[in-house]
Design a protein around this ligand. Sequence first.
Ligand code: ACO
Length: 379
Amino acid sequence: MTVCEYRPGLEGIPATQSSISFVDGQRGVLEYRGMPIEELAEQSTFIETAYLLIWGELPTKDELDSFEHEIRHHRRLKYRIRDMMKCFPEGGHPMDALQACAAALGLFYSRRALDDPAYIRAAVVRLLAKIPTIVAAFQLMRKGNDPIQPRDDLDYSANLLYMLTETEPDPFAAHVFDVCLTLHAEHTINASTFSAMVTASTLTDPYAVVASAVGTLAGPLHGGANEEVILMLEDIGSVENVRPYVEDCVEHKKKIMGFGHRVYKVKDPRATILQKLAEQLFEKYGEDDKYYDIAREMEHVVNEKLGHKGICANVDFYSGLVYRKLGIPTDLFTPVFAISRTAGWLAHWKEQLAENRIFRPTQIYTGTHSIPYVSIHER
Ligand code: ACO
């Protein structure tokens, strides 16, 4: 076997072959199953896109209708999951609650018939349907309220926004939210997807696969960045404070949240779409909200200072802004990302099963050898 050079973070090392999505970081291209993200954002819906990612082709009208119908039908949670959630500390992070509940779903639906298409379909439907209800239930329960019931008359995104904000959204807000979910649904082999694939490769159940990915997404260098962006913009507080803030970060080599990407060396195409949506939202519901202006100035100054290094706005820079405007609490931004990315994780789970080999990479040992054991009294 050839001995490879060690690359921290496995940068540039292919860990799989996949036909689910494609990124060209130099040209700012993202495609799902070969379709440009711009077209899907404009013409598809999140559920149709999830179907495309998971089954490889756009559904026919009948296929889409039954997929949507099944998901609607499975939105509710078993009362024992809700009982379990009552024991969660209200101060806990919603991503931890989501990870625990995703894993707990496996207690109820544990049959591992991974070669049975009906089992795969049921798991896909359950996870897409229930993950949003879990996130919304935790949101209400941590305030001491009963979990909100899903509304069968609302489509996926409108129902989710309704459950998160306790208000029925207007069609424009629901549309913007649906586009956000589409944009976050998949992104090749990032950290959480890799985590999902490694877990999937052991042939464990899909609930464990999603729970593992949720845990990985939670970190501030990955999905957690959108939350950090809002905290940063709130901290900056005004357009005038942007330049000194950025200059200080550059001088002290501090990471600016929502900028930089391992793959994109130009502006993330999802950030471009989200920026337009943010602009429209702020125009419609803006009033005296200064945060879009702060964000635009921030992008301008970061481009000036760090653009030459290929550090540009990533998806998280504008998504937090959009979610905030839609009335979603800041610490639910990453769980919302998880809801959407469940589609991508499931697509990779299915692809992994189709040609599975358990992940077992190698390591370069840097320790010593043959050290004699020293008894505890002699140390
Ligand atoms: N602000 C300032 N400088 C940065 C930033 C940033 N956001 N991102 C990278 N850099 C600089 C680094 O300091 C480093 O500079 P140096 O070469 O002079 O030492 C260089 O760019 C390379 O940075 P790395 O951290 O090595 O790049 P890597 O590819 O490992 O990291 C990452 C990518 C984690 C996304 C990084 O850009 C970052 O931490 N960004 C902020 C967090 C963030 O927004 N994460 C969301 C990513 S998108 C997603 O996960 C959905």
